[in-house]
Design a protein around this ligand. Structure first.
Ligand code: PLP
Length: 263
């Protein structure tokens, strides 16, 4: 029997377009050569132009899936994305405490097309139970402002560390200026510069970035390199973004360089 690749678990919403959510996370994991697993927190009724409806999963079913999976398989890294409701979030938080694994948290609050993807009353528990203890949190500017009250990345970032995360990547992709991201760890801050891409309206960039960071960490890469490589992976995918429907372009995900070089 060959040695198993590292396992990475996504706990996130389902996006039938394949452009975000667990469907996209599994594609990202496969392209990085890690074994992807997924527990959906919600179904969405969705087309490429918008999220029509969010149908949260039954919290006890999310819980049962996690117990069955985590008593059998130990993921190297867990990626947490859309959690939909407070009840789902609390069940996930309980089980992440029971089965500890490093976690990458994409604090998904709202879809670019408008609908909320986490109910408002859950935001406090998102901070106290999911962000606290995270290896890295990846808010965009809106999420950083909603969770910290600060829109300036240099003021928002330290607040995520005070909340108990080991590191934070504040993504500038929705800013007016260049899409620079600020990475703050307990050892210091680094600005990751980016050239703005034409297809910025692409769907699923946040999901892809956090999934790629999780995959890189599972491969044993340091956080700084994992973030830099994941950012390159998303920029590359944005460069090849394509339209399959009426709405937002989807990312053209391609295996990162290290993976294509070694095959
Ligand atoms: N649907 C699901 C299941 C998601 O997890 C997300 C984002 O995290 C979205 C939709 C929204 O994606 P975007 O805001 O990139 O269009």
């Amino acid at each position: 029997m060959l040695q198993a690749p590292p396992c990475v678990l996504s706990i996130a919403g389902s996006d039938p377009t394949g452009g975000a959510g667990v469907q996209q996370d599994l594609q990202v994991f496969a392209l990085h050569g890690v074994h992807g697993m997924a527990v959906p927190t919600a179904l969405t009724v969705q087309s490429t132009d918008r999220v029509h409806k969010v149908l949260p999963a039954f919290p006890n079913v999310v819980g049962e899936q996690l117990v069955a999976l985590l008593t059998d398989v130990r993921p190297r890294v867990v990626k947490v994305g859309m959690l939909a409701t407070d009840d789902v979030l609390l069940r996930v938080a309980d089980l992440l405490e029971r089965f500890a694994a490093p976690r990458v948290v994409d604090p998904v609050l709202k879809a670019s097309s408008g609908p909320w993807l986490l109910e408002r009353r859950a935001w406090g528990n998102l901070v106290d139970r999911i962000v606290a203890g995270a290896e890295v949190v990846t808010p965009n500017l809106d999420e950083a402002e909603w969770l910290t009250g600060e829109r300036d990345p240099e003021r928002a970032a330290p607040i995520f560390l005070e909340m108990g995360a080991s590191a934070v990547l504040v993504k500038g992709g929705h800013a007016e200026g260049p899409a620079d991201d600020l990475l703050l760890t307990r050892t210091g801050a680094t600005w990751l510069r980016a050239s703005r891409r034409v297809s910025e309206g692409a769907h699923g960039t946040g999901c892809a970035l956090s999934a790629a960071i999780a995959a890189q960490l599972a491969l044993g890469v340091s956080l700084e390199s994992a973030v830099a490589q994941a950012k390159q992976f998303v920029e590359d995918a944005l460069g090849g973004a394509f339209k399959v429907g009426r709405g937002a372009p989807l990312l053209r995900l391609r295996a990162p360089q290290f993976f294509t070089r070694s095959t």
